[in-house]
Design a protein around this ligand. Sequence first.
Ligand code: SAM
Length: 315
Amino acid sequence: MTDSNQASLSAHDRLFKLGDADSYNEVVDLFDKYTEQVTQHLPAPMMAMADVTPSQHILDIGTGTGIVALEVARKLGEQGKVVGIDLSDGMLATAKRKADKEKLAAKAEFLKMDAEVLEFEDDSFDNVLSLYALRHFPNPEKAVAEMRRVLKPGGKAVIAVGSRPELFSRDGLAAVFRRLGSIGRRLTGRELAACDFLDELVNKHIPENANSETAEWTGHRHGFTGSVRDLLAAAGFTDINSSWRGQYSVFESPEAFWELQMTFSSLARKRIGQAEESAVNTLKQEFISTCEDVLARKGRLVYQSGAAIISAVKP
Ligand SMILES: C[S@@+](CC[C@H](N)C(=O)[O-])C[C@H]1O[C@@H](n2cnc3c(N)ncnc32)[C@H](O)[C@@H]1O
């Protein structure tokens, strides 16, 4: 971020963004490991919704360790180029290392930049993609306006956010039945679900501090498809479409279940990152022994996630 761009942000937003980026620096390797395991199914449908072709110039916003940008780079031809931007030095370093390892560095560039203040000319990209990042931005309307500005006319923004499926859909009804089964197992001590399980323990053992862990606009809302559609429409996008992808993983090891939640839950990652070691040890002991009790009852440690993928066209 340049100094003049930084100056245009409020002190609160600047602190929130730095805190968010820093919280990832400590856990990048684990983030990358679990992202490869549980998020690998999302770049392909996002690219399909964007109609990515081999010669395009693509921007990936909040690229993390590059799961979307690198998948795009694998599909690009000589003329194509993908740029991944993020504010976390740790995430960017890993993304670059992975690009080097796969000999994709000529097609995939990774830059430190704020999604709300993009440092690109107007009309620079054929498509803009962003996976699981929008809810990290304190001013999503600025990020969406920036996406529109840097897109060429006719280009698409494709944004994926964690979300339940819409209730009156096939996925929505299937989710209701799954949830009923899950509630039964939880009431009989035979299921723990990420990331609610760790979040509840963190709330019990580590008091909330003055800094909020999530962007205020996200509140405690779960149905994000509608809010992202509204943001895109308000920014002047047209042809807004959405689809939903679910994912269900069962973990055998309490330690892996801990690592996943410690990394993926913003609340857990940020509060544990700043807590006293003794508080974290007590919390982790309760976490592991509760998992072991559930496994001893032949129960499950479950990570269930869903992503709404919303696409929209810059007229
Ligand atoms: C949940 S991770 C998703 C990463 C990646 N897209 C994936 O799905 O694996 C969110 C990412 O957004 C980045 N991020 C948060 N605020 C940002 C901002 N204002 N500008 C750019 N990136 C940001 C974080 O550093 C983090 O890498």
